[in-house]
Design a protein around this ligand. Structure first.
Ligand code: SD4
Length: 341
């Protein structure tokens, strides 16, 4: 059954919902005005990402340009988890994943790409210049170079080199256990691995422009010290990012394998289509992960962040510590996501 996108129900739809036991779902208010333009991003580093996106949104620019600008900004910073300054895989090579999706369901992605500074820009070129959605590894790099991108050096950033040397001391391969578990006490608390080492922050952002059109982007160096060739959720449409311009959009951060297993962001958007608020849709998706393997869930972090067509937003995580940043005409701040465990 499909509901009207403004979530108003007529009597027939209400009776259909009741028969499915869904009539008490938290529906968005049919009377609130749309909150646009707006951009939401994962983590506290989302504040600067939102500022970059806002330059475009506040000038009546398109959401797809805004999310690309936000992702490009963070790729230019030295960050453990995004861009060429990010942590390498276990062989010492930085490999980058990114994707972008616009209001018409167009999408493009790159995965496992080396030595190219702006994977998000390459993802957009894949979207606009090829009949494909995803290019990987050498093929992605070759396509980037053919399109004017410069092949950068393989040298690790000083931060990444230090972290890699430290990791090599044990070379413990535990990509799904603890590596993503962060602590924190709300927006002001720093987030870090439980062993005290630095953050691992994939950047995912979703924006709605003045026209009410939604787009999203994700960029990451992926899980630190992963196997060479490992790809997480971030560049996978429907896992790390999904946009449906009639309903809403969602992005994710955390252990990508768990997100892929439930087609996480597609699930969140479909739950919003059924009438769930963004926060409740994220919560339901998190519950799905925890329900599948409660013992594993205790030791990992996944967070979802979503926005609906009204510019209402929400997030949910397995563990405490997932924060997200919001910029609109009325706010510019970091929020702590609720968590299940
Ligand atoms: C991955 N989801 O590669 C990414 C990692 C991440 O915050 O989000 N870190 O699985």
């Amino acid at each position: 059954m499909r509901f009207k996108t403004d979530y108003k129900m007529d009597r027939k739809q209400f009776l259909q919902l009741s028969s499915m036991g869904l009539a008490s779902l938290p529906l968005s208010s049919p009377f609130s005005a749309t909150n646009k333009p707006i951009v939401i991003s994962t983590w506290d580093s989302g504040m600067e990402v939102n500022a970059a996106a806002w330059k475009i949104l506040s000038n009546k620019g398109k959401s797809v340009d805004a999310v690309e600008a936000g992702a490009t900004h963070i790729e230019d910073t030295i960050n453990c988890c995004v861009g060429l300054g990010g942590y390498p895989d276990r062989d010492g090579t930085v490999t980058l994943d990114a994707c972008i999706m616009d209001e018409r369901g167009n999408c493009g992605a790159v995965a496992g790409m080396e030595q190219i500074k702006h994977p998000i820009a390459v993802a957009r070129k894949v979207m606009e210049k090829t009949p494909h959605v995803l290019l990987v590894g050498d093929g992605a790099q070759q396509f980037a170079i053919e399109n004017g991108f410069v092949k950068e050096s393989k040298t690790l950033s000083a931060e990444a080199q230090d972290a890699y040397q430290k990791w090599l001391e044990t070379s413990e391969y535990k990509p799904q256990i603890n590596i993503e578990l962060k602590q924190g006490n709300g927006p002001s608390a720093p987030s870090f691995f439980t062993d005290g080492s630095p953050n691992h922050d994939t950047m995912g952002l979703v924006a709605m422009d003045c026209n009410g059109d939604l787009s999203g982007a994700v960029t990451t160096s992926g899980m630190a010290f992963k196997m060479h060739g490992r790809v997480g959720d971030s560049p996978i449409i429907g896992a790390g990012l999904f946009v449906d311009n009639e309903v809403g959009a969602a992005t994710s951060s955390g252990v990508g394998e768990e997100v892929i297993r439930i087609c996480g962001t597609h699930l969140v958007v479909e739950l919003m289509r059924q009438g769930y608020t963004p926060e409740m849709a994220c919560k339901k998706a998190i519950e799905r992960i925890v329900h599948r393997d409660p013992a594993k869930a205790k030791n990992i972090q996944v967070g979802f962040l979503a926005m609906n067509k009204k510019g209402e937003y929400g997030a949910y995580a397995i563990q405490k510590g997932f924060v997200f940043s919001v910029k609109s005409n009325t706010e510019n701040q970091i929020h702590a996501a609720k968590h299940l465990i």
